[in-house]
Design a protein around this ligand. Structure first.
Ligand code: GLN
Length: 270
């Protein structure tokens, strides 16, 4: 079996780009190798790995879980089914947080529900003056996040905590979160590989705003004066999010779209 034959066969079953990436991961060859020398034979163990991945991908398993990693903001993060796969729309949360942190000398930053650690680690790498604390209720997620921070050289203090539970008496200049915000009955949960992701990270099992309510309700107890709360949410949760923030006494509530033009992050300051 050659590279070209394996790729052609896989493309009958799965997305073209996924087929190529899985072949690269399985064989160690680059995209340029695949283009320049499609007649290269594949060694048996690599072909076995590739075939298994193609089957699993065809059955719906996300590519990131097959290869164990995903890219976010130009960095490679290890992922496992204990954590949500990084989504490009979360970049908006990072950009807005960096904008709010600009000019502060040693800001303390909190990431609630860190998962693979992408928010905390990106903020620590891109705002080196910040002291970043990140929590997740899942000890498995905290382990994944800690490993990612170690590999990427980010200084982040990771803890297992149910939202603010283990942060008594601590204050921050910015709180960021990508909480579970998909409503329990949302048919989207059955599509696009979402059944393979931790449901705890995707949905509150209720109306989709439960975690946002909890995050907003207790934020004031953990923010320094002038501190910002920013969180990601669903396309139709902007108004509800701003209302929750305003009701909790926050000022300058706003909602920001993602690159697709969809409402994605809301925030305000205390
Ligand atoms: N944006 C994700 C999705 O719809 C959900 C992420 C989340 O709940 N934090 O697949």
């Amino acid at each position: 079996m050659t590279l070209g034959e394996a790729l052609a066969a896989a493309r009958q079953r799965i997305d073209r780009l996924d087929a190529r990436l899985l072949l690269q991961y399985a064989t160690g060859f680059s995209h340029a190798d695949l283009l320049a020398r499609p007649e290269t034979p594949i060694i048996a163990p690599a072909y076995t790995q590739f075939s298994e991945w193609v089957e699993r991908r065809a059955a719906g398993e996300p590519l990131a879980y097959l290869v164990g990693e995903a890219e976010f903001r130009g960095q490679v993060f290890q992922v496992s089914p204990a954590v949500l796969i990084p989504r490009p729309e979360t970049e908006v949360l990072i950009d807005l947080a960096l904008e709010k942190l600009r000019g502060l000398s040693t800001p303390r930053v909190l990431d609630l529900g860190t998962g693979s650690g992408i928010v905390a680690i990106s903020l620590a790498l891109e705002c080196p003056a910040a002291e970043v604390v990140a929590v997740d209720i899942s000890p498995e997620a905290v382990t994944v996040a800690r490993n990612n921070a170690g590999r990427l050289g980010a200084a982040v203090d990771f803890r297992t905590s149910d939202w603010y539970a283990n942060l008594a008496g601590e204050h921050f200049d910015l709180i960021a979160s990508n909480p579970p915000y998909v409503a329990g009955g949302d048919p989207h949960l059955a599509l696009d590989g979402l059944p393979y992701e931790p449901q705890l990270a995707l949905t509150d099992g209720a109306d989709g705003l439960d975690c946002i309510r909890r995050i907003v309700a207790t934020a004031a107890a953990h923010l320094n004066p002038g501190g910002w709360l920013l969180f990601e949410h669903g396309y139709d949760q902007g108004e509800a999010s701003r209302n929750l923030l305003a009701a909790a006494g926050f000022k300058e509530t706003f909602t920001h779209p993602d690159l697709a033009g969809t409402d994605r992050v809301s925030g305000a300051y205390l």
